[in-house]
Every structure is written in structure tokens, then in C-alpha cells.
Ligand binder design. Structure first.
Ligand code: BEZ
Ligand code: FE
Length: 306
């Protein structure tokens, strides 16, 4: 029998955790133990510091429920959500890249006809999004669903608004030419929730808690990889410092201010100035090769030592 010492305890624990029949679960647990022990050896926490960490995790758990997920927020602000997103969506460079879903997607948004207004009286400056859904060959994808959600002009999402009606969200369908049109308001930058344990930590840093102006999209088309992404407003001052690291170059888009009297994508003449965003989404087809690539990536993500 070997008894534990500071130097042998990691190996003894790893050896004990060999007794996990599921190979993938064993690999995950052993890697977690190895990295956790390395962290503790690196920072040598006092017992008070370790208790503070446990109390922080406890508060984070207590605040998390089906409406608010403080653990997801924690994973977002340290870049882990984006790393997992990158590992699981290694698409070809011509496809529109993915980014984090975020906590504000609501299932069951209303189906809306092309050109419909998701803002319907919400505060903000009028804005249209017009574009198309295409495949890697540039061919239109007909009947793709585009589940769209964003914050209103005051920076509030449906979950933060509190009414019964859907707020700033809807599901559209690409038409026979792959095109879609959405009427909305200009997205504005907003802060992540700072009133919980994640905010406590962020307040001890000089890191900006702001997300740059963006609109969320969840796009599905048969035979293609689902695309969950955002489009970001190029001139937003927080583009380079997104608190959740979600910005990728191809998602940075120009929003153009059109003067009153311009023709809207709905074919009407606008009485007031409006913002215009044009974007063509490119979906990657599901192939044998792509699914092998994805599972290889998933295998590698928790490889011990890597
Ligand atoms: C969002 O995009 O809505 C979001 C994403 C991550 C954390 C907070 C908000
Ligand atoms: Fe958002």
C-alpha cells in the first residue's frame, strides 16, 4: 500500500480513476483531475481561497435556472464557450462561420413572412436585413429557416422584457431565390448581466463587460450543417473587445444609413431614414468527410496534455 504524499497524490488519484468502464468518460475525468491538480500545484491556494472558490461555484449554481444560466456566462467570459464552438464547427473557409448561441435564444418563435417586422413598436432606429442563404457553390438554398433574435434599441432581449408576446424574434424562410428580408431595429451594444457571481469577478478586472452590436441567426436547411451565428455592426466600438470572444472577421458587416425617400427591401418608399444590412449566408453541406472531421475534433478536445 502506497500512502499519499504531495508528490505522488496525482498519480494515485489518476490510477484510482482507471476504474471507469466508459472509455470516453474515463478520459474526461482523468484529464480533468490532471489539469485541476496542475492548477492547484501552480497557484498553491490557501484553504480560505479554496473555500472562496467553492462558495462562488455555489452562488453560481443557485442563480442558474431555465431562464438564467450563470455557468454558461462564466464559460463565455473565459472564452471556453467559443473554444468549444470552434472545435465543433471546423467548417470550410468559404462557409459562414459559427459563433456562440448566447443565453437569450427562445424556442418556438413565431413563423413570419418575408419582410415582416420583428420590432413592432420596440424602441430603436428602423433597420432592414436583406440577404440570401446559399451553398458552397453559390447556389440558392430554398426554404431554409432563419430563426432570428436580437436586443431592442434599449439593449433588452425577450427574456429581459417580460411581456407575453414574442419580443424581437421570429422565424423566416428563404424564398424560391434563397432570399429573405427582415424588418427590425438597429442593434446596440449591451453589457452582459453584471449582478451575479460572474459580474463579481468581472468587476475585479478592467475587462469591458460589453458585447458589440449584433443580431443572432440560427439557420437550418436539409442536408446542410446547422449554422448558429451573429452578424456584428462594423463601426461598433466594442468589436475588438467582445467580452465573450464571439467576433469572427467574416461576421463583421457594414450597416448603411439610407436617407428618407429610399426604397426599402420591401419595395416601399421610406418616410424616414433607415439602416440597411445586406448579407449572404453560406451553409456547408453534410458529407461523410465532414462528420468524420467533427468527431475527430471532439475526440481531440479533451486529450490529456493537449
Ligand atoms: C448574447 O449574445 O446575447 C450573449 C452571449 C453570451 C453572453 C451574454 C450574452
Ligand atoms: Fe446577443
Amino acid at each position: 500500500m502506497t500512502y499519499v504524499t504531495e508528490s505522488n497524490i496525482t498519480d494515485i488519484v489518476l490510477d484510482r480513476w482507471e476504474a471507469v468502464p466508459d472509455q470516453r468518460f474515463r478520459r474526461i475525468m482523468q484529464s480533468m483531475i490532471k489539469h485541476l491538480h496542475a492548477l492547484v500545484r501552480d497557484i498553491e491556494p490557501t484553504e480560505q481561497e479554496w473555500m472562496a472558490a467553492i462558495e462562488w461555484l455555489t452562488r453560481t449554481g443557485k442563480l442558474s435556472n431555465e431562464k438564467r444560466q450563470e455557468f454558461v456566462l462564466a464559460s463565455d467570459v473565459v472564452g471556453v464557450s467559443m473554444l468549444i464552438d470552434c472545435i465543433n464547427h471546423r467548417l470550410s473557409s468559404e462557409a459562414t462561420p459559427t459563433t456562440v448561441t448566447g443565453p437569450f435564444h427562445v424556442h418556438g418563435s413565431p413563423n413570419l413572412p418575408n419582410g415582416a417586422d420583428i420590432a413592432r413598436g420596440a424602441p430603436g432606429e428602423p433597420c432592414y436585413i436583406a440577404g440570401s442563404v446559399r451553398n458552397l457553390d453559390g447556389k440558392p438554398i430554398v426554404g431554409a429557416t432563419l430563426d432570428i433574435w436580437q436586443a431592442d434599441g434599449d439593449g433588452h432581449y425577450d427574456a429581459q422584457h417580460g411581456g407575453d408576446e414574442a419580443w424581437m424574434r421570429g422565424v423566416f424562410r428563404s424564398d424560391s431565390t434563397g432570399a429573405f428580408v427582415v424588418q427590425t431595429v438597429l442593434p446596440v451594444p449591451y453589457s452582459i448581466p453584471m449582478d451575479g457571481p460572474v459580474g463579481e469577478i468581472m468587476a475585479r478586472t478592467k475587462i469591458s463587460p460589453m458585447r458589440p452590436s449584433h443580431i443572432h441567426f440560427l439557420i437550418n436547411a436539409p442536408g446542410h450543417h446547422q449554422l448558429i451565428t451573429h452578424l456584428f455592426k462594423k463601426s461598433c466600438p466594442y468589436i475588438a473587445s467582445d467580452v465573450v470572444y464571439g467576433v469572427k472577421a467574416p461576421l463583421i458587416s457594414e450597416f448603411d444609413l439610407m436617407p428618407a425617400g429610399s426604397v426599402t427591401p420591401n419595395g416601399t418608399i421610406a418616410h424616414h431614414a433607415f439602416w440597411m444590412l445586406q448579407y449572404d449566408f453560406v451553409l456547408e453541406p453534410i458529407t461523410e468527410h465532414a462528420s468524420t472531421k467533427t468527431s475527430a475534433a471532439a475526440q481531440g478536445c479533451l486529450a490529456p496534455g493537449g
